[in-house]
Design a protein around this ligand. Structure first.
Ligand SMILES: [Zn+2]
Length: 387
């Protein structure tokens, strides 16, 4: 006989949502302990800045709550498997949509893809999966009624049901019924809200939920995670991507994925034509900007703002020296830090804030951006002597 019984190694890969969670493992250990001791709150709020992994933490908590193994989360029981594949019948999700007549369940397919591919995503990345505009993003009354109906039922497979509400910032004022339910859910229900911006939350949410705040991701941890996703990259490239992502894991991953970051090229074109006040080129740039969809326009403008904060960091030598030679984003930020004054950067930033507001109000994009590019030209050309 070739193999004895003991020679056959069954290699079952244990899968946890927490594997991708960065910088929060100590915190998660504590939470898992309270779950095992049946002391986890029925209504909780996970709060962290965008791209910090709040959704992953909520999924890790759900996996521990629903696990049927001895050592929760075991990673290999049927419940763990189903949570991992996002198909557990007792794990429910609510998230913003832009059609008040639809329910989230109708969009679970897109939701699963988004979570698997971009677990650190923000609202605009989510809406790119819906092929829509996040301007009217909302968690609607239709969705709320649907959730209340589902949660009032007994769980299908587990002793408990878990509802993860992603971005409760988008709960409208008419969500009172839901909040009442949240305050005193049935014994089998755990509600986990996952938020990014405390100021936009309804006061009842903050006063009633037990709040768990995530720490910012530490650079060392971020680099390890990025390295596990892109093993062939040099350490200094990973550092640059992390810095360019401005502490947001999703943005750092996007920088690494877009080798020739189109944003940098677009920005370079804008600056060149604005510096020289070349009206033809500026018009061409505006045309190109106007051809993007609303989310892309918003993303690009926000990306410039993050980029400008990088330029400031370069200006005051706050970035670590390594890595600059490789990353196009940092390289360009470094170059601009020598030619832009702080005042110019501030004025440009203001200009973008205004543009973002106009975009929200459905302004005429071409008109608005023509104005934007002319003002930018004035800003760039005015302060030249100050360098
Ligand atoms: Zn398990």
């Amino acid at each position: 006989m070739l193999f004895g019984k003991d020679d056959i190694i069954v290699n079952v890969k244990k899968e946890f949502w927490s594997d991708q969670l960065v910088s929060q493992h100590n915190f998660l250990d504590k939470l898992e302990k309270t779950i095992r001791q049946h002391q986890f709150p029925h209504f909780s709020l996970v709060l962290g800045r965008p791209g910090n992994g709040q959704l992953l933490l909520a999924l890790a908590i759900a996996q521990t709550i629903l696990c049927t193994g001895d050592e929760k989360p075991c990673g290999s029981c049927e419940a763990c498997y189903k949570v991992n594949k996002l198909i557990h019948p007792d794990l429910h999700f609510s998230f913003p949509l832009n059609n008040p007549k639809e329910t989230c369940q109708q969009h679970y397919k897109e939701w699963r893809s988004a979570l698997w591919e971009k677990p650190f995503m923000g609202i605009s990345q989510w809406f790119s999966y819906l092929d829509g505009d996040s301007k009217n993003a909302n968690i609607s009354v239709t969705e709320i009624s649907n959730v209340l109906n589902t949660l009032s039922l007994k769980p299908f497979e587990s002793e408990n049901s878990v509802l993860i509400v992603w971005l409760p910032e988008y709960l409208g004022k008419d969500s009172n019924r839901l909040l009442k339910f949240f305050e005193e859910p049935p014994d089998h229900v755990f509600i986990i809200l996952v938020a990014e911006n405390q100021e936009l939350l309804l006061p009842t949410v903050l006063s009633r939920a037990q709040v768990f705040r995530l720490n910012a991701i530490q650079m060392d941890d971020a680099i390890k995670t990025l390295a596990s996703i892109q093993p062939n990259r040099k350490p200094d490239e990973l550092i640059s991507a992390w810095l360019a992502g401005n502490g947001n894991m999703q943005q750092a991953m996007d920088v690494l994925e877009n080798e020739n970051n189109p944003s940098v090229e677009q920005l370079r074109k804008l600056l060149q034509s604005a510096y020289t006040y070349n009206v033809n080129e500026l018009t061409g740039w505006v045309e190109q900007f106007a051809s993007l969809n609303k989310e892309e326009q918003k993303n690009f403008l926000q990306w410039i703002q993050q980029f400008l904060s990088l330029v400031i960091m370069e200006k005051f030598k706050l970035n670590p020296g390594e890595g600059i030679q490789n990353n196009p984003v940092l390289l360009y930020a470094n170059k601009l830090s020598n030619s832009l004054t702080v005042s110019q950067i501030e004025q440009w930033n203001e200009l973008i804030n205004d543009a973002l507001l106009f975009l929200q109000r459905n302004a005429n994009v071409k008109l608005m951006m023509t104005n934007f590019s002319i003002k930018l030209s004035h800003i760039l050309r005015k302060d030249k002597s100050l360098n």
